[in-house]
Write a protein that binds this ligand. Structure first.
Ligand code: ZN
Length: 279
């Protein structure tokens, strides 16, 4: 029952922020259900059912990484970037001392740029690697302080702590302040959007992902990423937590060369998120 009471006070506390329609509708739905349960004899089971259903819908939205129901969420680049034939390759969960340097060499060899959603505690473990990513023309963005597996269950304070700590570490290490955020596995709840809004961060998910932390076949990952590949796409790969091929090679290293070749053949250019979002 504690959950029923949690939402309206939180809504009241952040009036300045435009809550998404589904959250406003939820608050109204809760009030209706409670009023109905109190005022209409025998309606209590229906009221409880209505509230459970409401929470199920909100939870489902939070478990759907590309959903915009819980607030702004970038799944494609803006039209202007697409018109410039730009694609964003995003590479998560690093930096990794074995994989990341090889990823940087592959990107250099093709003259392309990527965005690295780094985990702050890994940046603290390998600060020189983070600085090299930035020095070689790529962008580092915020993927939380610790990539906690229960991230999507945190409340406003937990979100703020994880995200602001990462902002601080990334800024201090690279001199650049991230403007984009990605949640671990893309999972979240209604309290994330107002925290990002307050910190001036944009939530970025993806157009397509290859599931390359689990999938060991580079061909399968490549096929998932290049299905309907076109300008404006945001692609997701991993240099941290990378799955290994049967031969023991990190999958991302097998996927990048054919992906970059395909993009070149299609006339597409890989740019950083700040570059794609600038215009
Ligand atoms: Zn991640």
């Amino acid at each position: 029952m504690g959950e029923f009471r949690a939402m309206p006070p939180a809504l009241a506390a952040s009036e300045s922020w435009p809550w998404p329609p589904i959250v406003r509708a939820s608050a109204g739905w809760h009030l209706l259900a409670v009023a109905g349960g109190v005022l209409v004899p025998g309606a209590t089971p229906w009221a409880i059912g209505a509230i459970v259903l409401n929470h199920a819908v909100i939870t489902a939205a939070g478990l759907t990484p590309r959903s915009s129901l819980l607030g702004p969420n970038l799944t494609r680049l803006p039209e202007a970037a697409a018109a410039r034939c730009e694609v964003a390759i995003t590479i998560d969960d690093g930096p990794d001392p074995e994989v990341t340097p090889q990823v940087l060499d592959l990107l250099d060899a093709h003259g392309q740029r990527a965005t690295f959603f780094c985990i702050a505690e890994r940046v603290l473990a390998h600060p020189e690697l983070a600085r090299e990513i930035a020095a070689r023309g790529h962008s580092i963005q915020n993927h939380t302080a610790r990539h906690r597996h229960n991230f999507s269950f945190l409340g406003p304070r937990g979100f703020a702590a994880e995200i602001s700590r990462a902002q601080q570490v990334l800024h201090e290490t690279t001199g650049e302040r991230p403007s984009c955020f990605r949640a671990p596995a893309g999972l979240r709840n209604p309290f994330l959007a107002p925290v990002l809004h307050r910190m001036g961060l944009s939530l970025v998910s993806w157009t397509r992902r290859g599931f390359d932390t689990r999938e060991r076949s580079a061909a399968t990952v490549l096929a998932r990423l290049t299905r309907d590949l076109r300008a404006g796409d945001i692609l997701l790969l991993h240099d941290g937590n990378a799955a290994r091929t049967a031969a023991g090679r990190p999958v991302v290293l097998e996927v990048l060369p054919p992906l970059l070749a395909r993009m070149h053949a299609d006339g597409l250019r890989a740019v950083t998120l700040p570059e794609a979002l600038a215009a």
